[in-house]
Design a protein around this ligand. Structure first.
Ligand code: ADE
Length: 250
């Protein structure tokens, strides 16, 4: 099944450029997903193709007008649903939101610009609002690309092989363990010995311990969300700490 992604934007070229590159471009060639771009300026009928105006009540900046957005939606009755607006006021985008979107037949992203989108659009035709985090971008285009990339790589065949998105950060609620590649020593810095041991059980234990330690240190909120450490996880962590304190022969 091809995931259908519609994007309503003032900058379709910016979306098209990135979406045809690298992982997203190759996935589109394999029909994992299909992009449908809609330029909101095409729905204007004044010579300046106006899409924004000053806010009622005063204040800085410009607000995206409702009419071009309503018209674009009406002119495209086959737009994929849900219709999701990208704004800093939305609920936070996470792995779980990405996984839920990857399971759908498609969705539409509405990219905000300027100081925001006329609330009447959000109240009547938008199904959901999503934010990348507690910071403000100049517009929703970069956010839309982040959402698309996070979702497409979770789709079957999205990465070209199904295994690679399974064993990574957030899928199991933990940050990823450290990775190393050749050579085994670079500028006097060695790869942890266990990774060259060929002992797959020991490697799996080491990676699990690293992921746990890293998540505990950097994102204790993720550990709390999983309900704390299990007895097994606490044991794996303690084991690693003892090994590190005593050295490999200790
Ligand atoms: N548009 C502007 N800022 C944004 C953010 N943080 N997330 C999603 N869309 C945005």
């Amino acid at each position: 099944m091809t995931l259908r992604v519609d994007v309503l934007t003032l900058f379709p070229d910016a979306i098209a450029q990135y979406a045809t590159t690298s992982v997203l471009g190759r996935a589109a060639e394999r029909d994992v997903w299909g992009l449908h771009l809609h330029d909101l300026r095409d729905a204007t009928d004044d010579p300046h193709r106006t899409v924004d105006d000053t806010p009622f009540g005063g204040g800085a900046g410009m607000v995206m007008m409702a009419e071009p957005i309503f018209r674009t939606i009406e002119a495209n009755p086959d737009l994929a649903r849900p219709l999701i607006a990208l704004t800093p006021s939305g609920r936070t985008f996470t792995h779980d939101v990405a996984a839920a979107l990857a399971a759908l037949e498609g969705f539409t992203l509405l990219c905000g610009r300027y100081e925001g989108i006329d609330q009447r659009v959000l109240d009547t035709v938008v199904d959901d609002e999503v934010s990348l985090g507690d910071f403000v971008l100049a517009g929703g285009e970069l956010a839309a690309l982040c959402v698309i990339e996070a979702v497409v790589r979770l789709c079957p065949g999205g990465l070209g092989n199904d295994a690679s998105s399974v064993d990574e950060s957030f899928g199991d609620g933990l940050l990823e363990y450290p990775q190393y590649t050749k050579p085994a020593e670079v500028r006097g810095l060695a790869v942890p010995e266990v990774l060259r041991s060929g002992d797959h059980a020991a490697i799996a234990r080491w990676r699990r311990a690293q992921a746990l330690a890293r998540t505990l240190a950097r994102r204790p909120d993720l550990i709390a969300r999983r309900g704390g450490l299990s007895a097994e996880e606490a044991r794996i962590l303690a084991e690693m700490t003892i090994l590190e304190e005593n050295g490999p022969n200790g």
